[in-house]
Design a protein around this ligand. Structure first.
Ligand SMILES: [Mg+2]
Length: 244
């Protein structure tokens, strides 16, 4: 289904209070295919009647800014679980040490490869536990160096993320649920990429969107017919049906 702005406003106005806490990815799930956030998702996020967590591979300032400018409580899983903010009164949790990721970046660049984000390197500037490398950069040496430092490389479809093997969005979801005294199995999780699957493993109900790869579709309880922002709105309709 293609939602217009009136459809998404209607959906937002009709969300039942019985909807579960929601963890939702940004890129590919709340965006269009060019990674621009789809404004039709805004009213639904703003009207979500339960806890809402933004769970992303991006560095913390990106999801925090999304929450800030939409007027949402800042509940964030950033850097694929490396950084977690449960609410304004809890300390920020750092679930991985940045030393290994920094060493990987240094060695990769020493060998003459670029991280691929230009001189400003905004993708990594505020990153505190992991490293993101452009998918235009060579993967093989990156994997070799990451393995030597005990780190894992995950291809999200948007970047190569180099992070601690023990950290992922599922670990982040457990951390935030514990802080909020909620059962992580009580969460719904909506995402589109392999880095969302560990979140699916922890949440109780999971949805992916049509643009997800097959491996992610196999891991989800429900796959929407539409992709990207339309897919997210369709996922919300499905969650509404499930919670009736
Ligand atoms: Mg994504």
């Amino acid at each position: 289904m293609n939602f217009d702005f009136a459809d998404s406003a209607r959906l937002a106005a009709s969300l039942p209070d019985s909807l579960p806490p929601l963890a939702v990815d940004i890129d590919g799930t709340l965006t269009d295919s060019n990674r621009a956030v789809d404004p039709r998702v805004f009213p639904v996020l703003q009207a979500w009647p339960s806890v809402l967590v933004i769970a992303t591979g991006k560095a913390m300032p990106y999801p925090v800014a999304l929450c800030e400018f939409l007027g949402l409580e800042k509940r964030v899983i950033a850097e694929n679980g490396g950084v977690v903010i449960a609410d304004r009164d809890s300390p920020v949790s750092f679930l991985a040490d940045p030393a290994a990721a920094n060493a990987v970046a240094k060695e990769y660049q020493r060998r003459g490869y670029s991280l691929g984000w230009g001189e400003a390197n905004l993708v990594n500037r505020w990153r505190e536990t992991e490293l993101a490398v452009s998918r235009d950069a060579p993967l093989e040496p990156l994997e070799e160096i990451a393995t030597a430092h005990g780190l894992t490389v995950v291809d999200t479809g948007y970047a190569y993320h180099v992070h601690a093997s023990a950290v992922n969005k599922g670990v982040g979801l457990r951390e935030i649920a514990t802080s909020l005294e909620l059962d992580p199995r009580g969460f719904a999780f909506v995402g589109d990429s392999p880095n969302d699957v560990p979140g699916f493993d922890v949440a109780g109900v999971t949805v992916t969107v049509a643009n997800a790869p097959e491996s992610v579709k196999r891991a989800a309880d429900y796959v929407t017919e539409s992709g990207y922002g339309d897919g997210f709105l369709e996922a919300v309709e499905w969650l509404c049906q499930q919670s009736e």
